[in-house]
Design a binder for this molecule. Structure first.
Ligand SMILES: CSC[C@@H](O)[C@@H](O)C(=O)COP(=O)(O)O
Length: 364
């Protein structure tokens, strides 16, 4: 997608290393950073230099490729995958990407592994870009239908967190339909939840929508229900970090509350996700999805640009006040109108997913 008029992806191989956009610096600075080792990749995932389920999957794959340059033995491969897998627990794409790398590399002699690993990681990245573009095409028709139904001069989509191209290799999941609709000339406007505590909506989604010239308004996390009650939201589209085979959706903390409000107000609520985000091994999201607990400091402190242009971190809460920071929640399938996937839109149910992915559902 576009940054200052230039095409970028979020991750790319670069002279034996791997370059990424440093998402901790946005929206105040656009900087890229070079990952030179598996440990660099692991830290970039844990510290959210790269984040978003599909991008974490691709970054994990490139991390395994970097590991193969240092130690391509069976033991090296196993240790690298274990280290990378331990960085973030919720997005299943990380496990998916690493298992794919292990399957591909374990069958090869150690001497062939580094080249094969970079090729496999590049294939994962390319496939993610294609998959997200396909999600965009399928989701665009939902936005077009909502626009025609609204009878207004613009269609209002509400999204939570950042499920745009920064969260993937390119295009995004929840934002891909919005970009496709915008490029097709539909007058789409996005309500962007700021998404405390790390503010991925206010800092990342707003930034990338602005780069693409998509009309948008940032709202505080608590405003969505109010706007839905007043008929100001035509549909909600969010991403997913892990979707069970029965259609429960785990996404950024606060997604569940948006889905409850949408249900009460009769606003369609969609999750957009690639098949790599479906965990075919589990059915019950509330019971079986590990929810990442991040540092309380992400709640007690805020970062932003001061009037003199310096980026500063400030404390929000009293010194002694404890904070808790669960990073994701689970939206049960009964609150989800449908899943937008690379193969089309389906019901958020075992039958719905099986209708689009029969082989995966059968193997589960
Ligand atoms: C295409 S991304 C879907 C999700 O990964 C996204 O909505 C999200 O929750 C990202 O969380 P993050 O903690 O920023 O990695």
């Amino acid at each position: 997608m576009q940054v200052e008029g230039r095409d970028f992806r979020t991750i790319w191989p670069d002279r034996g290393h791997v370059s990424v956009i440093d998402q901790t610096r946005l929206p105040h600075a656009f900087e890229t950073v070079s990952l030179r080792s598996m440990e660099d990749a692991a830290r970039a995932i844990a510290d959210m230099v790269v984040r978003g389920a599909p991008l974490i999957g691709a970054a994990g794959a490139y991390g395994a490729a970097l590991a193969m340059c240092d130690d391509a033995s069976d033991d090296g491969l196993r240790r690298a995958c274990a280290r990378l897998l331990a960085t973030r627990p919720t997005a299943v794409n990380l496990r998916w990407g690493l298992e794919r790398m292990e399957r591909r590399l374990a069958a090869l002699p150690a001497s062939d592994r580094a080249d094969a690993a970079f090729a496999e990681a590049a294939a994962i990245a390319d496939e993610d870009a294609e998959t997200c573009a396909a999600i965009g095409n399928h989701g665009e028709s939902l936005i077009r239908a909502a626009f025609e139904k609204s009878g207004r001069d613009r269609v209002n989509v509400l999204t939570h967190c950042n499920a745009g191209w920064l969260a993937t290799v390119d295009w995004g999941t929840a934002l891909a339909p919005i970009y496709k609709a915008h490029r097709a000339g539909l007058p789409v406007h996005v309500f962007v939840d700021e998404t405390r505590p790390r503010n991925q909506g206010a800092s990342l989604t707003a930034w990338e929508l602005a780069q693409e010239g998509v009309a948008h308004t940032v709202i505080v996390d608590n405003a969505g229900g109010h706007l839905m009650q007043r008929g100001e939201v035509d549909l909600c589209i969010v991403g997913s970090d892990r979707t069970t085979r029965a259609g429960d959706v785990c996404n950024k903390i606060g997604t569940y509350l948006k889905a409850l409000a949408a249900k009460d107000c009769g606003v369609p609520f969609y999750a957009a996700l690639p098949a790599s985000t479906v965990d075919w091994r589990i059915v019950d999201g509330l019971r079986d999805i590990p929810i990442e607990e991040r540092s309380p400091e992400e709640v007690t402190h805020l970062a932003g640009m001061a009037v003199d242009g310096r980026v500063e971190r400030v404390r929000l809460t009293p010194q002694a006040t404890p904070a808790r920071n669960p990073a994701f929640d689970v939206t049960p399938s009964r609150l989800v109108t449908g899943l937008i996937t690379e193969r089309g839109v389906c019901d958020a149910s075992a039958e719905g997913l099986a209708s689009l992915f029969p082989a995966e559902a059968k193997a589960a």
